[in-house]
Design a protein around this ligand. Structure first.
Ligand SMILES: [Zn+2]
Length: 410
């Protein structure tokens, strides 16, 4: 770089440091709030003055609040007055696009799902589905968060998602190719929109709001109709060129002759997907038609044939989990699968298979279910946006927001 670029560069470096410390303060409060500023300083290694400054900025942005009610306040900003997240000011919109239904939801800045709505969308074209989702979001904001300021909309979906351009590059099960999801939704909602693959989004969610060890390193294995994975280490999710990482759909599994859309047999997704399991259950007469929620309900009620199907499938999922564990050796591997919460024995069956195949792991420690059972899809969508917020709480997300509101009220 030339000497002339030195000035702005130094300013950028200072800005980056300021963002990083503000992010550390916000995360410390997320983890341990309500918390005194002096404790935040100890936890983050920042000076008391820096913590006081960032706390003031974050309060100004409506992300933090003082818990002054606990004791009579003698002066503003006293270091021992605890601060906590301000969960009442903002709201994050969330959209998760699954193969048969869309989940639209609102989350607070702590990642709690305030409300979620499931919308079946079979047969809807991409543009129509996204327009419908924008309408539902609008209804939820009006009905459930009329006094909160929307931070934006996070969108998560399976398939190949290019986060940088906000495009679903290829989602064969939805039949989507190069759909500019971010631009379409930004135009219809007027909000800041961020889009990412859902396995990566769930990694962000675990790191922010879920499993403490996920911050060291984590593999997320998602097994729904889409089967995909994501990997993160030291807080950073690996994307790879055009965010193509994590495609484990065609990983071969033993003892499967299931035909795959790729032309081969025995691929992981084709073998363990919800659609395959439902189809097999219908073929064997266990359920009248291939309906996964019905099969899941049957197994949850303890029907032994249905439970057996889920346990067989859990062992196949365990094969893939063992392979991922051996290759990546994460502190924790999170399996996101709808059967784990409802069908007893599924998680133990996955762990047994991992133990049989992987070298000397404490599988009960390492292989866990999602931290968000029942709200994992909504949380995935919301985490796409909230991750940006926690990464750079003084950054463009809120700046853009205030800018938009200024234009809106002008
Ligand atoms: Zn395949």
């Amino acid at each position: 770089m030339t000497a002339g670029a030195d000035g702005p560069q130094r300013t950028d470096a200072r800005g980056a440091r300021r963002s990083a410390s503000a992010s550390a303060v916000l995360r410390a409060v997320l983890d341990d709030g309500p918390i005194a500023r002096s404790t935040v300083a100890r936890r983050t290694g920042l000076s008391a003055a820096a913590v006081t400054g960032h706390t003031a900025e974050l309060m100004q942005r409506g992300l933090l609040r003082e818990l002054s009610e606990a004791e009579p306040r003698r002066s503003v900003g006293r270091p021992h007055v605890p601060v906590d997240l301000d969960t009442g000011r903002h709201v994050a919109g969330a959209l998760h696009l699954a193969v048969h239904h869309a989940t639209v939801a609102l989350l607070d800045v702590r990642g709690n799902v305030l409300v979620q709505h499931e919308e079946p969308h079979d047969g809807l074209a991409a543009e129509d589905l996204l327009a419908r989702a924008a309408e539902i979001l609008d209804d939820l904001l009006l009905g459930h968060a009329p006094d909160r300021e929307p931070l934006g909309l996070g969108v998560a979906t399976g398939g190949w998602v290019d986060r940088a351009s906000g495009t679903v590059v290829d989602h064969p099960l939805l039949g989507w190719r190069d759909v500019p999801v971010r631009d379409l939704l930004a135009a219809s909602t007027g909000l800041t929109v961020a889009v990412d693959g859902h396995a990566r989004s769930l990694v962000h969610a675990e790191q922010l709001f879920g499993h403490p060890r996920a911050r060291d390193s984590v593999v997320q294995l998602f097994t729904g109709n889409v089967v995909d994975a994501a990997f993160a280490t030291g807080g950073a999710v690996h994307h790879g060129p055009r965010s193509a990482a994590g495609a484990v759909a065609h990983l071969p599994v033993d003892d499967s002759t299931e035909a795959c859309r790729c032309g081969r047999t025995g691929c992981l997704e084709a073998t363990v997907s919800e659609a395959t399991l439902a189809r097999k259950a219908a073929e064997s007469g266990l359920i009248a038609r291939p309906d996964f929620p019905e099969l899941l309900a049957l197994a949850t009620r303890g029907d032994s044939a249905a439970v057996r199907m889920f346990h067989d499938r859990a062992r196949l999922i365990g094969q893939a989990a063992a392979l991922l564990l051996d290759v990546l050796n994460p502190a924790v591997l999170v399996v996101v699968d709808r059967s784990i919460a409802g069908v007893p024995g599924c998680l133990p069956a996955i762990r047994d298979e991992v133990r049989a195949r992987s070298r000397g792991l404490d599988t009960a420690e390492t292989v866990v279910g999602t931290s968000f059972p029942g709200t994992e899809l909504a949380t995935a969508g919301g985490a796409v946006l909230l991750d940006l917020l926690y990464d750079d709480p003084l950054g463009p997300l809120l700046t853009e927001l205030s800018h938009t509101s200024l234009i809106g009220t002008a």
